[in-house]
Design a protein. Structure first.
Length: 433
């Protein structure tokens, strides 16, 4: 009897969930991508207990018809691909049809959708891979997906989740990535019933970036463009003085999808060579648009990594365009108008703009205090050669006096030598003034 067997569908879905659904932020990412693919202009994300208890995503997209609801949770069922050739001209976020099937196998999912123009909507519930029947339901136009008790069917995976604050940090980072890539879409993040972030539709990219970064950084962004038949890009870079301690300030998008690529990261850092100190990373927003057949997006389960046909040519173009623009720009920091106005109103007696920073105080005590210190008194007394020390000579109260002028002078002579250690050197500078 053979040992090879076909795995049951629920096991297949849980294996896929292990690759796609890593944490609650992965669920938010997949649901928001589905909403954007449906043409949504408003997305509301509700999270409780860092996504462990409940995640709810509501959008105003096209919606799903009642007859398609069961297929929405079927593995490898999608409306975005028709043939293998479509894999090289994908223009949507999702295309594999694994997101809802994977989430439905490890949580309880309720999906309510109403097609635009329909009188009523429909709802379906899937609990740990067990699918219920479709039933009519009332709801607004669009789709609402509610995920509850994530990983309740896999307790081992649930134990590997981090704290609520850490998981919320990953969710906020995912929402930030979507917000930057889609400035014309409204996003709202509700945490434990309280609205934490509301991003109204922005007229341009800079207005949306001002919701995440300080206005001074946004106003100082340097822009560069490059058109090409294969891959075109638009990049905004902050001057070197805004460099961060991590790569979280670098955002790379391909057709609106956040991606990671080592070669592109190297190109960004190479453009800032000798401008940013070692250990710091510039703040850059890179938006790529690729022609069909130039990029393979089917190389990573979460689609965060892609493969370019000629990535090193793109690397050289990014370095040339971005570095050339940086060298042409005025990268020196400028005083804000309110600071200049405050200095002008203070008059001649007020603090000057040049010396507005407080001068560092000299280490050690003042000269008068050093003169009156016990060590200074001992130093002055031993230089006269009159220092003495009392030492008991035996039993009783009799004592003898021994002159210590010679030993004291030797100690004083040794103290005036230039010390070699760092600690004694600092003491020497402090006491020899």
């Amino acid at each position: 009897m053979g040992s090879i067997r076909v795995l049951p569908p629920e096991v297949v879905n849980q294996i896929a969930a292990g690759e796609v659904i890593e944490r609650p932020a992965s669920v938010v990412k997949e649901l928001v991508e589905n909403a954007l693919d449906a043409g949504a202009k408003s997305v509301r994300i509700e999270v409780e207990e860092g996504g462990r208890r409940r995640i709810r995503v509501t959008d105003d997209g096209r919606g799903i018809s009642p007859e398609d609801l069961p297929l929405a949770f079927a593995p490898h069922a999608t409306s975005k691909l028709a043939s293998a050739a479509d894999l090289y001209r994908v223009t949507t976020f999702g295309f594999r049809g694994e997101a809802l099937a994977s989430v439905g196998s490890v949580a309880r999912v309720s999906l309510l959708s109403r097609v635009r123009g329909a009188v009523e909507g429909a709802e379906i519930v899937v609990d740990a891979g067990t699918q219920g029947s479709v039933r009519p339901a009332a709801g607004p136009e669009g789709t609402t997906v509610e995920v509850g008790n994530l990983f309740h069917s896999i307790p081992v995976r649930r134990k590997f989740l981090r704290s609520v604050d850490v998981e919320m940090g990953h969710i906020e980072e995912a929402v930030t990535r979507f917000g930057i890539a889609h400035p014309g879409t409204r996003f709202e993040l509700v945490v434990d019933g309280a609205s934490r972030h509301v991003l109204p539709p922005a007229e341009n990219l800079r207005d949306r970036l001002a919701a995440f970064f300080e206005r001074e950084l946004v106003d100082a962004l340097v822009e560069a463009d490059s058109e090409d038949e294969a891959v075109s890009f638009h990049v905004l870079a902050a001057p070197p003085r805004f460099a961060r301690l991590s790569l979280r300030g670098q955002f790379v998008y391909l057709d609106g999808r956040f991606i990671r690529d080592r070669v592109l990261t190297r190109a960004i850092n190479e453009a800032f060579r000798e401008m940013v100190p070692h250990g710091r990373y510039p703040v850059v927003f890179l938006f790529l648009k690729a022609a069909q057949g130039e990029v393979d997006v089917n190389v990573h389960p979460t689609k965060i990594e892609v493969r370019f046909r000629n990535v090193w040519r793109l690397h050289d173009r990014i370095v040339a365009a971005l570095r050339g623009k940086l060298l042409e720009s005025d990268l020196a920091p400028h005083l804000r108008p309110e600071v200049i106005a405050a200095a002008a109103s203070s008059g001649p007696a007020g603090p000057s703009l040049i010396s507005s920073r407080a001068r560092p105080r000299r280490s050690g005590r003042c000269r008068r205090e050093r003169r009156s210190s016990p060590r200074a008194a001992a130093f002055s007394s031993c230089t006269t050669g009159t220092s003495s020390r009392r030492r008991p000579t035996g039993s009783g109260s009799s004592t003898s006096t021994r002159s210590t002028s010679g030993s004291c002078s030797r100690r004083c002579a040794a103290s005036t030598r230039r010390p070699t250690s760092r600690a004694s050197s600092s003491c020497f500078r402090r006491w020899s003034r």
